[in-house]
Structure formats: structure tokens, C-alpha cells
Ligand binder design. Structure first.
Ligand SMILES: NC(=O)c1ccc[n+]([C@@H]2O[C@H](COP(=O)([O-])OP(=O)(O)OC[C@H]3O[C@@H](n4cnc5c(N)ncnc54)[C@H](O)[C@@H]3O)[C@@H](O)[C@H]2O)c1
Length: 285
């Protein structure tokens, strides 16, 4: 999602105090410095806007710089927060290091890392090749692990404290057709949160995941499935979603905000499912 996709001040039916433009905010992240990967659009952009609305300065990263990225940056700037842009492939060691170096130069410290970037598509297991595995695992799991390690080192060097949140998926809990590599990657993130929470014990750094359900946000450039993305993405699953609507990027941003704030100081090593109840019962095949 970009700043221009939803009307300013959008309120989600049945929710209070949650808008996409900063109205109804309470400064949960005042003065924090947050780096969000894959944030030119979609869920990452919603997180950047939410964080800025709650008082954080944000670093936006993406492998692509385009009009959507510019809109997201304009949205953050419009909320009166400092922002920085870091074009980098988080699966590339040198580019990832440069992203952190640039972010630290711009902001002086890092309080929050949100691992969000992904570039995936459905591939039947028998057609999975090593190139696809290396691509998805390389940024979606290895990239998240080493970005978390760098962020944790910086947070410790700053004196400790911080939040690391990774975007997992309902696919981490159960299989859908042709999601083997994506599901393995996302399940790995849930487990990563547990190990990092334990190994970073005593540093004041909390490591958690958010696992979204169907979120009407994405247009997958590599996908050959035209129905995957945009409004209506969740339609096929509506009868299995107790909340009776598809998720919005702001729903995920709200959960990430919680885990990135002091409200979640005692939540560590956890994965928070945000799926409107999709996984409570039967789900589409
Ligand atoms: N949309 C959903 O229904 C849904 C459901 C469950 C989980 N998720 C997760 O939420 C996160 C965001 O998904 P989205 O729907 O907003 O996707 P999206 O495709 O709209 O956004 C992902 C962004 O990541 C960027 N990106 C891809 N590879 C990158 C790399 N190597 N380095 C830096 N940036 C890179 C892309 O350019 C894109 O802008 C992902 O981790 C995804 O797995 C989404």
C-alpha cells in the first residue's frame, strides 16, 4: 500500500483509534528510529506511515525505487517525521551492510528493525529449482537473520534495548498448494524469533513476528496468477474468515506497532497471528 491507495483518515469498521493518516495516534514511538525493509508499498509502507504517525523517524528500504516509493516517502514526510531512503537488496550482504551504514549515518542510532521485504511466487514443489530456493531463502530468511544480527549488534553497542519484528505469514502454520519454499521460510522466521529472543537475553531487545492472513495489499510482479493481489484478494477465503473481511495493510501495521512499542516489553520470541481468525477453523484448499 502506498500513501495514496486509501483515503486519508480511513477508519476500519469496528476498530477505534486506528487510522492510516495519523489522526487518533498517541505517540507510541516518539523519538524512535526505525528501519523497515521492503517498505516502498504494501504492508511495509503502511508500517512506515503508522510509525511516522506515532512519532518515529523512519528509514525506508526497497530493492525498487519507483513512483510508489516516492508516494510513500511523501506520505512519511507529510506526517512531519524525518525519513531516509536506502535502496538495497536485503539478500545481498554488501547492499544490506550499506543500508545499515546509511541508516545509522542519517539517524544516529536504531531502535526498531522491521523485516518485511519479500519477493515470492507459488511454485509446485516438483518445479522448485535451486535458483528459486536461493532467491527466496537468501533474502526472506538469511536476509532477515543477518539484518536482525546487525540491528542487534548496533542496539547492544548503543547500550541495549530495541525491538526487532519480522513479518511471517499464516503459511508458517499450514500448507497451501505450491507454497513449500515460502512456507519453510516463514516457519523459519517464527523459530528465528524464539532463538534470537533467547540468545539476546538480558540485552533489552525483544524479537517477535507478526503472521498476516489475507491482506489486500500486494501485486506480485513475478506471479503468474492474476488474481493474487489488490482488492478482492481475500474474497476466495471470506467464508473461512470469522472477521468477514480481508485484511488491510493497516491491520498488520497496528500489530507491528504494538510489538515495536513499550506496550510489548514483556512479549518476546512470539509470533502474533493477525488473520481475522482465518486459521481458527477450516481454510480453503
Ligand atoms: N499480502 C498478504 O496477504 C501477506 C500475507 C502474509 C504475509 N505477508 C508478508 O508481508 C510482507 C509484505 O508483503 P506485501 O503484501 O506488502 O508485499 P509487496 O510485494 O507489496 O511488498 C514487498 C516489497 O518488498 C520489496 N522487496 C522484494 N524483495 C526485496 C529485497 N530482496 N530487498 C528489499 N526489498 C525487497 C518489493 O519490491 C516490495 O516493494 C511480506 O513479508 C509477506 O510475505 C503478506
Amino acid at each position: 500500500m502506498t500513501a495514496g491507495c486509501w483515503p486519508a483518515g480511513l477508519r476500519i469498521p469496528g476498530q477505534t483509534g486506528t487510522t492510516n493518516d495519523g489522526s487518533g495516534t498517541i505517540g507510541l514511538l516518539d523519538g524512535k528510529k526505525a528501519l523497515i525493509t521492503g517498505s516502498r508499498r504494501g504492508i511495509g509502507a503502511a508500517i512506515a506511515l503508522k510509525f511516522a504517525a506515532e512519532g518515529a523517524d523512519v528509514g525506508l528500504n526497497d530493492v525498487v525505487r519507483d513512483a510508489e516509493a516516492d508516494k510513500t516517502m511523501a506520505g512519511v514526510a507529510g506526517l512531519g517525521r524525518k525519513f531516509s531512503w536506502h535502496q538495497a537488496d536485503i539478500g545481498n550482504t554488501d547492499q544490506r551492510a550499506r543500508m545499515f551504514d546509511e541508516f545509522l549515518e542519517a539517524h544516529g542510532r536504531i531502535d526498531i528493525l522491521v523485516n518485511n521485504a519479500v519477493d515470492s511466487r507459488d511454485v509446485p514443489f516438483l518445479e522448485v529449482d535451486e535458483a528459486f530456493w536461493d532467491h527466496l531463502v537468501g533474502h526472506g530468511l538469511k536476509g532477515y537473520v543477518f539484518a536482525s544480527q546487525r540491528a542487534a549488534k548496533e542496539m547492544i553497542a548503543q547500550g541495549g534495548g530495541g525491538k526487532i519484528v519480522s513479518i511471517s505469514s499464516v503459511h508458517s502454520y499450514r500448507a497451501w498448494p505450491h507454497d513449500s519454499v515460502y512456507g519453510i521460510v516463514k516457519a523459519g522466521l517464527n523459530r528465528m524469533a524464539k532463538s534470537l529472543a533467547l540468545d539476546l537475553s538480558g540485552t533489552g531487545i525483544n524479537v517477535n513476528c507478526v503472521a498476516p492472513g489475507y491482506i489486500d495489499s500486494r501485486v506480485l510482479p513475478l506471479s503468474e496468477e492474476p488474481n493474487r493481489g489488490g482488492a478482492g484478494y481475500a474474497d476466495e477465503a471470506m467464508e473461512w474468515i470469522p472477521s468477514r473481511r480481508g485484511g488491510l495493510p493497516v491491520d498488520i501495521a497496528n500489530a507491528v506497532l504494538f510489538l515495536s512499542s513499550s506496550m510489548a516489553d514483556y512479549v518476546n520470541g512470539e509470533t502474533l497471528l493477525v488473520d481475522g481468525g482465518l486459521l481458527t477453523g477450516g481454510t480453503p484448499s
